[in-house]
Write a protein that binds this ligand. Sequence first.
Ligand code: NDP
Ligand code: 2IT
Length: 444
Amino acid sequence: MSYVDEVIEQVVKQNPAEPEFHQAVKEVLDSIRVVIEADEEKFRKEALLERLVNPERQIKFRVPWVDDNGQVQVNTGYRVQFNSAIGPYKGGLRLHPSVNLGIIKFLGFEQIFKNSLTGLPIGGGKGGSDFDPKGKSDREVMAFCQSFMTELCKYIGADTDVPAGDIGTGAREIGYMFGQYKRLRGLFEGVLTGKGLTYGGSLARTEATGYGLLYFTEELLKSHGKDIAGMTVCISGSGNVATYAAQKATQLGAKVVTVSDSNGWVYDADGIDIAALKEIKEVRRARLTEYKNYRPNSEYHEGRGVWTVKCDVALPCATQNELHLEDAKILVANGVTAVCEGANMPTTLEATEYLLSNGILFAPGKAANAGGVATSALEMSQNSERLSWTFEEVDTKLKQIMVHLYHNVEDAAKRYGFEDNFVVGANIAGFEKVLDAMLAQGIV
Ligand code: NDP
Ligand code: 2IT
């Protein structure tokens, strides 16, 4: 059996009940097969792949907190410090009831290659908890965040591991966590990114993942002789990534006709009203059912359905495995040109294969959504030099990073004979730098 297949089999056997982690490992190892097989015996002897798929460290801890009724609640906290070959661990914290070790490991594994692709010195990590911020009071969220950080603060630091936001973790949660870290460790340092602007946050970090997704998509289309202006775009999700993807797509002259949440989805033929979306989601923390009050001509539908709407560009921006094979078939039948992932691993392996084999321009999340973590690294730089850059400075750097990233991925795919396969291109380009650093640093 080939070394790659051996390690895939081992991962499945040694980590049962972690299907998302298996999925992420299979996709990456399949893509880098050509690199490994060029020198298989050397890599096998070095146990290079075993070292790649085993986190350097994984921390699991109890998070007790008191709810508004005086009842003690207990959640589970995680931080997986996956790979520090090219820099301190970097990656978000997900707060969602579906969180378990396998989900955090898949996200941490993806983050290794994504962070490498940004060209910046950041390693891969991820964390979170099965705590659900939805429907909780601000005091309950604060109580959870303080308890979570009371344990997490032992393992992180501005030069060791720098967490940030992800699903369920926004500016409010980062603020409470930063406050508690500072109080416990006595350090005002860039230990978290996505901070508020008055205490070390970076301008444009809020917008960065969505904006970066559109800079990438625009460059991808441009390189294929197409212009995003005038195109119809379907977006799933209505959180941080979806909102700023919708905003930038609209600014670039495209028309965004859908957004969604875990209950249902909105179709607005005239183009999503970004101001209304922000007020509903960011200010009022309400549900998308409210959107109709702002735009009476729009439609609200219960359940899934975003991918049934005819579009030129599809941007899944909600969560993993939200775009299935049936959805891919409808998108192709409706003449979609590009599918670019704002979320992490939103497209199932079968759907990805279907899109690729039908000649759709498909951009995997680790490339297309890297603008968020890239801007986090820019926030770390600003914190280190104790300066803050203007919105334009950060946004210009973000755009340069995404355009460069696109061409790097495109070149890597071409170099190995997989032209226009950006899955292979992203995995190889991300892996090459990590591989070089791991080999140089010896057996650690
Ligand atoms: P938010 O919490 O701001 O928004 C998440 C959105 O996705 C909400 O609309 C939410 O709906 C929806 N959603 C979450 N879980 C599910 C589910 N199981 N089924 C259907 N819909 C769901 O998160 P972000 O926008 O920050 O993150 C979205 C995706 O982008 C994630 O995959 C994340 O890992 C990825 N990402 C985020 C980055 C960032 O900088 N924030 C950077 C790179 C990637 P509801 O409100 O109903 O739960
Ligand atoms: O998936 C991701 O890249 C993020 N949630 C952002 C991580 C970060 O450190 O900004």
